[in-house]
Every structure is written in C-alpha cells, then in structure tokens.
Design a binder for this molecule. Sequence first.
Ligand code: ADP
Length: 332
Amino acid sequence: MSKIEIIRGDITLLNIDAIVNAANRSLLGGGGVDGTIHRAAGSELLKACELLNGCSTGQAKITPGFRLPARYVIHTVGPVWRDGKHGESELLSSCYHQCLKLAVENNISTIAFPNISTGVYGFPKEQAVIIALETVQHFLGENPEIEQVLFCCFDKGNFDIYNTLLNSNIMIEKVISYEDILITADLAVKIWNEHYVPIIGQEQVNYMVSTFQSPGAIENQINNEHYEYYILYHQSEPSGYFAIKQSGDELFLSKLYVLKEKRGAGLGKEGFRFISRKAKESGLLRITLTVNINNINSIKAYEKLGFKNDGPVIADIGNGFVMDDFKMSFEF
Ligand code: ADP
C-alpha cells in the first residue's frame, strides 16, 4: 500500500525514473497530457516516437525522457470510452500492466501515471481509478522490484477519487489465478460457518461449502458457468467476496459476503457500488439475488440498498436439502 502515492500536479515536472504518457495510437503527440509531455521533452521525443511505428490500444512503448527530469517516457494508448461494452476496462487495465512490465524490463523502479483515458477519451473517472489501483496493486504484489508508483492527478476530481478509495482501505480484485481461488474458498469456509450455521445448521453448511464453494467448484463456476468472483480486501487483508453472473438483461448477484470481524467497514456497500456500476455499464436493467428467508439481517441490508422483495422461491440444492429463499431485485 505504501508504495502507492497520490499527488496533484503536472507530471512533466516529476524527477522520477519514468513518467507515463496517455498517448494516441500514432504516438506522434496530441492534446492533453500528451501535448504537455512533448512540449516539455522537446522535439527529440517526437523524433524517437516516429521510429516506433505507433502503438495499439492497451499496449505500451518506451523512449528516453530527453529534456524532462524523468529518465524515460512510457507511452501507452488508453481506450476511448464508448459504452463499456467494447473491452474498455480490460484495455485500460492492460495499459497499466504493460507500462509496469516495460518498467521492470528497463530496471525502472519509480514511475508516475497520469489518469489514462479520463480526459478526452472520456472513461468514467471512478471506474478508471478502481481499475488503475487494482491493476497496479496486483502487479506490485508480484513484482517487488518496483519501489514507487505515483498517480499524478491533474484535476481535483481524480485526486479526490483516489484519496477516498485509498483512505477507505478497500480494494476489490477479480479472482483470476488459482491462488485467488484458494483465498476465496478459505473466506467461504470462515464466512459460511460464522454466518449460516445459526440459520441453516452445520450439516447443511458443510454440504454447501464443500459442494459449491470448494476451490474446484469455484474454478468450475468461473471457467464453465460464466461466474465472475471478486475478493474484497480491507487494509490489504482478504475480508469478503462476491460472485456475479450476467443472465439476459439481469445481473445475478450470487453471493456477497463479508467476514464478521470486518462488518461495518463499508465493504458490502463498496462491493455493491462496484456491482451496480458494472451492471449499468453493461446496459443491464436490474440486479437480482436470492437470500434465505431467515437471513433477516441480510434482507434488511439489501432493502436498505434499494432492493425489493419479489416473494419466496424454493431451491432444491441436492442431497435432500432445500433453500427457502426470497428473490429480491434492484431496478435501475
Ligand atoms: P486521454 O486521451 O487518455 O483521455 P488526456 O490527456 O486527455 O488523455 O487526459 C488524461 C488525464 O491527464 C486527464 O485526467 C487530464 O486531466 C490529465 N492531464 C492533463 N495534463 C496533465 C499534466 N500535465 N500532468 C498530469 N496529468 C495531466
């Protein structure tokens, strides 16, 4: 966490190993931060860029910094925001990842990013910040040689969003690797035991955890059933998780759980904000979920978030067990 710093100002003034340029595909300069970097680095930068043959969206290329205090400029091309359905999030994440990868390859240990794509390219700012933080934190976890990452915000809007998110100490990370799956399965055992034993009993909890939340079951849901799992971190500790799945014009919120000791830190709320943003971004009409009819606290919490109760559903979950649930939905 401490390797990341948020500052406000002009990125071209930073005395650091590398600054990142939010360039366009030609790499031949443009407006915004790109224009400022070219002006500050001098015409040699343009000459160096002319030799690079442009750059695809989501990729990155490196040049010296020339007259800049920074030794290098890493040029990356952010996605133009259209409607969120054209891979914008993945491409933006790729920009951060590719820049950091180039940094490691060039022995760069301190690097500053502008808020890629959030200017002329129109990427929603809060979403861009979440992607930037997620991608960078994930990379730092695996590449300790990077010593410092600065997010250099030019406008107050971006600066405030970074600080709010970092001060809340909440991070949301998509479950991708097997290691992430093991973290999720471990959280599931803890949370289901502390939360569901009083509601459905130990025997059913054991059955459900081993059938639906074992590492293998989670892996299968992700790879074959189109579920996306996310881990909620609080102060860098795995503290909860959620799973979602798109079905028609709905987003099915399959799970959203927080460890008992972490309740009250705003994790559920932040998770739900992320989920509803994602649903809206994909043009979906509602979020649906099922919740056990005896799970009074969760029902209340969902009602507080704006869900309405659509009535009871009974699900046969095998092995002689049934779940008496309410179906709830949140309309946009
Ligand atoms: P994009 O086309 O990727 O959206 P822009 O340059 O239009 O790129 O904007 C990206 C971000 O860079 C915006 O948040 C903008 O406020 C910021 N920005 C503009 N000038 C500078 C600068 N000199 N230093 C740091 N950030 C800057």
